[in-house]
Design a protein around this ligand. Structure first.
Ligand SMILES: [Zn+2]
Ligand SMILES: [Zn+2]
Length: 143
């Protein structure tokens, strides 16, 4: 199995993986081991992770206005759900709240998607309470 390279611009290291269960399934990260351990700010490397939630533009169908006071509130997310598609265009920074919603909306599994993230991104912003997709998925209960 070939593993993708580190998401950070200029790094080129192989992504860090770790065994997550006995049958050898590996958890695959977006960054290499060196970057994960804090080396992402070394000379020649530009960190991919943003310092804010990228859903502040409403890409998930609602606008996030989370106040980020610590980097631990932010996670890197593969937009299409495929962790092997570890390219900058496919990796966004989401706060933990938005990441949870996105995971629920799209599912972690490729075969379990009702709508694609691209449709949401191209959609103009509407209030979450009026968003037909969120209503359809049962996030918003119509009154
Ligand atoms: Zn790296
Ligand atoms: Zn957010």
């Amino acid at each position: 199995m070939t593993f993708p390279i580190c998401i950070n611009d200029g790094c080129g290291g192989k992504v860090h993986t770790r065994k997550i269960n006995k049958n050898g399934t590996r958890d695959i990260r977006t960054e290499c081991y060196q970057c994960h351990k804090g080396g992402r700010n070394r000379p020649g490397v530009k960190p991919h992770k943003k310092t804010f939630c990228e859903n502040n533009d409403g890409r998930l169908g609602f606008k996030c206005d989370a106040t980020i006071i610590n980097e631990c509130q932010l996670e890197m997310d593969h937009i299409d759900g495929d962790r092997f598609n570890n390219v900058p265009e496919n990796v966004q920074t989401l706060c933990r709240n938005c990441h949870a919603i996105k995971t629920k909306m799209f599912g972690d599994c490729k075969n379990n998607r009702e709508i694609t993230p691209i449709e949401v991104i191209n959609e103009t912003y509407i209030s979450p309470l009026e968003n037909p997709k969120l209503i359809e998925l049962g996030f918003i209960v119509e009154v």
